[in-house]
Design a protein around this ligand. Structure first.
Ligand code: MN
Length: 224
């Protein structure tokens, strides 16, 4: 039996991960997000795909005092392996936390709802734009809700395992929410229907965690 974790994660702890990198636990069972995300997908995604990013990142000879965020800020000067596997590790570690089977955490906190409505006019308009950008992204990558450098909420995408905090990001910002749109994230259940996966995805989003990330992102931007 897997205990379901209701503890909230932080951007700061993720950004400050150092070698040796390790696979974080999901905090819920592989089957916990059914039917939106199936157990077989969760198991192979976490145990094999994410584990491979961690293992390959550990082969990159990253200095023991180096943090993921410092690598991201200088990623254009780092080897491709650090960009691909460092991004892969961060993006997945974050992704597991923004999904939850816990009903209370699936309710959108009033503060966050107001922020999203302010930026996108309504929750439905936000979801529609997020789904559209995720569906239209060509090839493998991620769709993100970020706080951009002006502190505004914005939806953006990155290719492969790039992260909005990397110096190569075309739209940079602090991640608040993401969705994996690599085929490995949905193919077993949805085959080529990425849009159907993204639609079902809303049922298991951890809005309480996203509200926490958003408040942290705003504090980080005020400090810079
Ligand atoms: Mn993935």
């Amino acid at each position: 039996m897997v205990l379901v974790s209701t503890a909230l994660a932080s951007l700061d702890s993720l950004n400050n991960l150092k070698p040796p990198f390790t696979l974080p636990s999901l905090g819920y069972g592989y089957e916990a997000l059914e039917p939106a995300v199936d157990a077989a997908t969760m198991k192979v995604h976490h145990d094999r795909h994410h584990q491979a990013y961690v293992d390959n990142l550990n082969k990159q000879n990253v200095a023991s005092d180096q943090t993921l965020i410092r690598l991201f800020k200088s990623i254009s000067k780092q080897p491709d392996g650090v960009r691909n596997h460092g991004g892969g590790h961060w993006n997945h570690a974050f992704f597991w936390t923004i999904m939850t089977p816990v009903k209370e955490n699936q309710a959108v906190p009033a503060r966050l709802q107001k922020e999203i409505e302010g930026a996108f006019s309504s929750m439905d308009a936000f979801k529609k734009q997020f789904e559209e950008k995720g569906t239209k992204l060509f090839g493998s990558g991620w769709v993100w809700l970020i706080r951009n450098s002006k502190g505004a909420l914005e939806i953006t995408t990155t290719s492969n395992q790039d992260n909005p905090q990397m110096d190569v990001a075309t739209t940079s910002g602090v991640p608040v929410f993401n969705a994996d749109v690599w085929e490995h994230a949905y193919y077993l259940k949805y085959q080529n229907k990425r849009a159907d996966y993204l639609k079902a995805f809303w049922n298991i989003v951890n809005w309480k965690q996203i509200d926490e990330y958003d408040q942290e992102a705003l504090k980080m931007l005020r400090k810079n």
